[in-house]
Design a protein around this ligand. Structure first.
Ligand code: HEC
Length: 178
């Protein structure tokens, strides 16, 4: 390949007249560069020493109840850190959890932890109920500084229909209905 231009010297040489060649070289360079840089930190693969090497940020432990701190221990010991980062440290296989409580309610977290899903292993067999409770109580404190906690939109409807005097779920308003 390198010898080709020397052996067959004729033809257009200026780069501005050879757009296809320039495009090909650019695409190859960008592709190699992107894969090389991704390969240096492999975001798709768990970081197997993250749980031992990266401490939970002190700010996430300050002013927490014993139960919440216990949950931080469970989080560390069950190696959630290998796939999830907190405070910028940890694996990148799963999403960072610094502000998880602003995205997920308690029930949703329990479901995600016990059943896994979307490339996350299920921890239903690896956590006993008290560990799960502690873990989720810790996750509920992670609100990325001070974001509002996540609200389950269906919860309000369920509660209000339970409190309906007749005991029947209140009929949803159907605009334009009969
Ligand atoms: C093998 C890697 C892996 C491990 C270990 C792991 N997770 Fe996950 N986790 C994931 C992936 C991948 C997702 C994204 C799931 C999806 O997109 O549906 C996820 C999603 C989550 C979510 C929802 C995040 C969001 O923003 O939607 C929570 C909460 C969570 N994990 C908590 C935990 C906890 C707690 C542990 C430890 C008990 C744990 N994970 C261990 C890979 C992992």
């Amino acid at each position: 390949m390198l010898l080709l231009p020397l052996l067959f010297g004729e033809g257009e040489k200026h780069w501005s007249r050879r757009p296809v060649a320039v495009l090909m070289v650019t695409v190859i360079a960008v592709t190699l560069g992107a894969f090389t840089s991704l390969g240096t930190y492999t975001p798709w693969s768990p970081m197997m020493n993250a749980w031992t090497s990266a401490p939970i940020p002190a700010a996430d432990l300050k002013d927490r109840t014993p139960l919440e701190r216990e949950g931080a221990l469970v989080f560390q010991n069950k190696q959630c850190r290998n796939c999830h980062s907190i405070g910028g440290a940890g694996g990148m296989r799963g999403p960072a959890l610094d502000s998880i409580a602003s995205r997920m309610t308690e029930d949703q977290m329990i479901r995600q932890v016990l059943q896994g899903g979307g490339n996350m292993p299920a921890y239903g067999n690896a956590l006993n109920p008290s560990e799960t409770t502690a873990l989720v109580q810790f996750l509920l404190t992670l609100r990325g500084g001070n974001l509002a906690p996540a609200v389950d939109a269906s919860r309000k409807m369920v509660l209000s229909s339970e409190q309906a005097p007749s005991g029947l779920p209140s009929k949803p308003a159907t605009p334009g209905g009969p």
